[in-house]
Write a protein that binds this ligand. Sequence first.
Ligand code: XMP
Length: 305
Amino acid sequence: MVDVDSFVPEAKAEIEEQVGDDNAVIALSGGVDSSTAAALAYDGIGDQLTPVYVDTGLMRKGETEQIRETFDYMDSLRIVDAKERFLDELSGITDPEEKRHAIGEQFIREFETVAREVEADYLVQGTIYPDRIESEGTIKSHHNVGGLPDVIDFEGIVEPMRDLYKDEVREVARELDLEEIISERMPFPGPGLAVRIIGEVTEEKLSVAREANHVVEEELEEYDPWQALAAVIGKATGVKGDNRVHGWVVAVRSVESRDGMTARAQEIDWETLQRIQSRITGENESVSRVVYDVTHKPPATIEYE
Ligand code: XMP
């Protein structure tokens, strides 16, 4: 386990030394990794760092407001409203890898605009050890900000947490007094709710996914999962009132894991599952069915796409 007492000052010193009098940017996703990296870097170099949060419209309920509040103390924080541009780019795309690619590309365009504006020389990233291992194995094309260095000619990349595991990052977040909502947060993928929607991403599916994820996170908090999520996986017949409907099928998934590389589906009691089912179908007129995913990783992945 990392010794946070020495890690924090050493990481700050390393960032200060690398960036010097220049400017840096970091993409803030709201996840524990980028939030911790941003807080470390901001402590080190203050407003020489511009944290950039791109609101892709693929975020969870209340997430943008949460970011605004939590990082309000950083004067240089930029929040970019790119919701419509992302939906436009995603329109008509059904292939999972194409989706990730489209999101990654648009993200780079948004981020690049700010990076050029503030004349950033350095890119700070919240990369952690398992990210490096997974991208070496290329299990999936991971959208962090991997493509950025190819687009912008940064003088350097700063990755203060490159050797840490997730639980160590949480330790560091606590040491930096990041609010619990950040330090204890479940991992959330860069492409957001888009990987929890099978097929084309539409405003309607996004709204179902957003509400269902909110219910699942609330109801399963007591199980302390590594990740608990809901995905819109297709359509099926159901009855609502007196009518047969062709409604959305929502899959609920809750897993235990140490680093996301393998995972075990959690055993959830029937009453909790029924409560989730009744809230999701009750709150969303267009959902006809809720299923629980019992598959471990492997053979399944944690996310659906
Ligand atoms: P999978 O679905 O591959 O996910 O079992 C393993 C872990 O990685 C997260 N994940 C991502 N994180 N960009 C990210 O930053 C991505 O494209 C991405 N895809 C999956 C996933 O939520 C889980 O924690």
